[in-house]
Ligand binder design. Structure first.
Ligand code: SF4
Length: 597
């Protein structure tokens, strides 16, 4: 359903478009007239370029190009939707033929696009060319510095909105949480610091969890339903101590959301109980696994998965279709299976990097980790072993001297590098304990990197910047920021691609290069990473009636060899902004989001 007012708002904004759509006898004719209109506006823009502020001119052109693309025959063919036909129906009042799912999100997109074309985006309305631009020397520098101070302090205020687990009051709060949890189990601080105690006390159901924190009715129902349907679920006592007792999710939203599934997720997973492989294997791991335990999407890098479970289960895990329950016995690959994968690697000398992941390989016993690393180290062509593990975040006690020494002995400068790749999502997850775990790795000369998934839980203005800042301070380099995958069962978490582009352009880039070392990527199913920073690597195809954009993503092989592009439907910007508003954000702060295509 949509607000009918939108139709007149849209066409009042551009009566010329309305008139030509009404002149057209059918959508085909409408497209031809629209094309002519776009070309004329383009010529006008070029002719008048001297009269238009350069940045406004760039934006107008960008919007015009977007309009040109979405009305093209090719876009229609690839997206299987005709925006021209929809506009034609709207202009001619054929209300009965309008798509049933037409909603406000579509109109908001179109209105912003037209405003952009007309130079009325409003982005630069309050801006004047700064005073220092007309000055020189020390005088210019001083005035510029005052302006930069204002901007810097504004950014700082944004960052300070987000509490970190390194804040004194939160450290104290968590000490209380820890005491409370230990009292429930009649355990000691020594137990707490023993990772085996943590593993033995992983919380596996709602009743257990409710003894430690307050759950909302919905949280309780979702966990119970998930467990009833045998969906993997588990949380370490340490990670529970990062949650606030009160369930309002004001500060611990990202922590709770990481492990407590929403009801619609549980329902989707249960509905696809028998076909999860085909429904949820978004990255098409089946089609990229030449042998058991190995995934290969790139010429020189492979993934090795010796363990198919973790110390706790993340709701939006990419591999939710196959991950086993916490510490399930069958999750451990047999030694002979691992050896078959190693033998396969031996026959492929073009590969020089292995990402050992899972599941979480660092929840295997030290001996088994040693076995996997020692076999990989025998392969002369493997120069780098990346270990993908969430243990610094959810089980920092795992970083015993024994584990760190086991890993470190294979880190041989000049010959082979061992790297830890972890997955902090929010500054609230960063604690003195996680810092200690990371520092143990760093002190042995190994590096630690982070891969964050950009979800609704960490996507507010400067929230990811706050994460990056704290990561650097504890010794972790930001590495990737992943756009949430198009997995429908995790739609509550998804953020439009435009917001990630906006984050890079308007937030990340204000900070020093060493803090924003991560690359924003969209993982193309079966193909691999698409660097969304580069506008030429993806393009907008259309806007669907429900306000969701459809994009075409280019494969990494572009300009190297032939490969197909990939078409994906994003979540609606309008719906996302409504969710931010529900969370107390002023959506005016995000107004430029519509202009990232
Ligand atoms: S730690 Fe990684 S593999 Fe394990 S559940 Fe979380 S996202 Fe999935």
């Amino acid at each position: 359903m949509f607000d009918k007012e939108y139709i007149s708002r849209l066409f009042t904004l551009n009566p010329t478009i309305k008139a030509l759509l009404q002149d057209a006898q059918n959508p085909r004719m409408a497209r031809n007239l629209l094309r002519v209109y776009v070309d004329e506006v383009s010529q006008m823009l070029n002719k008048n370029s001297q009269k238009i502020q350069p940045l406004e001119w760039v934006l107008q052109n960008k919007c015009l190009q977007a309009l040109k693309r979405i009305i093209s025959v090719r876009s229609e063919r690839l997206s299987k939707f005709s925006i021209v036909k929809l506009l034609w129906l709207l202009a001619n009042g054929y209300d009965n033929d309008l798509p049933k799912d037409l909603d406000d999100g579509f109109f908001e997109e179109m209105i912003h696009l037209l405003l952009g074309i007309h130079g009325k985006s409003g982005i630069y309305d309050d801006e004047r060319i700064p005073e220092f631009a007309n000055l020189h020397g020390r005088q210019a520098a001083k005035i510029r510095s005052i302006k930069l101070d204002e901007l810097g302090l504004k950014n700082k205020d944004y960052i300070l909105k987000y509490p970190s687990g390194m804040d004194e009051d939160i450290i104290e709060q968590r000490a209380e949480n820890r005491k409370f949890i230990l009292a429930q189990y009649g355990a000691s601080e020594k137990d707490w610091n023993n990772y085996l105690w943590q593993i033995r006390h992983i919380i596996r159901n709602a009743d257990e969890l409710e003894k430690l924190i307050t759950l909302t009715d919905e949280e309780k129902t979702a966990i119970k339903k998930a467990r009833g349907g045998k969906l993997p679920f588990g949380i370490t006592p340490y990670y529970v101590s990062l949650m606030d007792r009160d369930p309002d999710r004001r500060r611990d939203h990202a922590v709770r959301a990481q492990v407590i599934p929403p009801l619609n997720y549980v329902d989707a997973m249960l509905a696809h109980r028998d076909d999860r492989e085909s429904s949820f294997d978004f990255m098409l791991e089946h089609d990229t696994s030449p042998i058991d335990l190995i995934t290969r999407r790139y010429p020189m890098i492979v993934i090795l998965k010796p363990y198919n479970t973790c110390s706790q289960i993340c709701v939006y895990c990419q591999r939710n279709w196959e991950i086993d329950d916490v510490y399930a016995k069958r999750a451990l690959a047999t030694k002979s299976k691992v050896m078959q994968a190693i033998d396969w690697l031996r026959e492929h000398p073009s590969i020089n990097e292995v990402l050992v992941t899972g599941g979480d390989p660092l929840v295997m016993r030290d001996e088994r980790i040693d076995f996997v690393l020692s076999e990989l180290a025998k392969l002369e062509h493997i120069e780098r072993i990346r270990i993908g593990s969430r243990t610094p975040v959810v089980l920092p006690q795992r970083y015993t001297d024994s584990l760190v020494n086991t890993i470190a002995k294979y880190h041989v400068p000049g010959k082979r590098e061992i790297v830890l790749v972890t997955h902090f999502e929010h500054p609230y997850e960063i604690t003195p304990e996680s810092m200690q775990a990371v520092q143990k790795i760093r002190l042995k000369g190994m590096s630690a990197y982070n891969q964050a998934v950009f979800t609704v839980e960490n996507s507010r203005r400067f929230e990811l910047v706050a994460l990056r800042r704290h990561l650097r301070l504890i010794g972790v380099d930001p590495y990737y920021s992943f756009n949430t995958k198009g997995k429908e069962e995790t739609r509550n978490y998804r953020v439009p691609l435009a917001r990630l582009q906006q984050e890079i352009e308007e937030e990340a880039r204000l900070f020093p290069g060493l803090v924003r070392t991560d690359e924003a990527v969209y993982n193309v199913p079966g193909l691999g990473k698409n660097y969304i920073r580069a506008g030429q690597n993806h393009s907008l195809l259309t806007i669907l009636p429900n306000g969701r954009r459809v994009y075409e993503f280019h494969p990494w092989e572009k300009n190297l060899s032939l490969a197909d592009t990939y078409i994906d439907t994003d979540v609606s910007i309008y719906d996302y902004l409504k969710e931010l508003e529900r969370r107390g954000e002023n959506i005016e702060d995000y107004k430029t989001i519509w202009y990232y295509f």
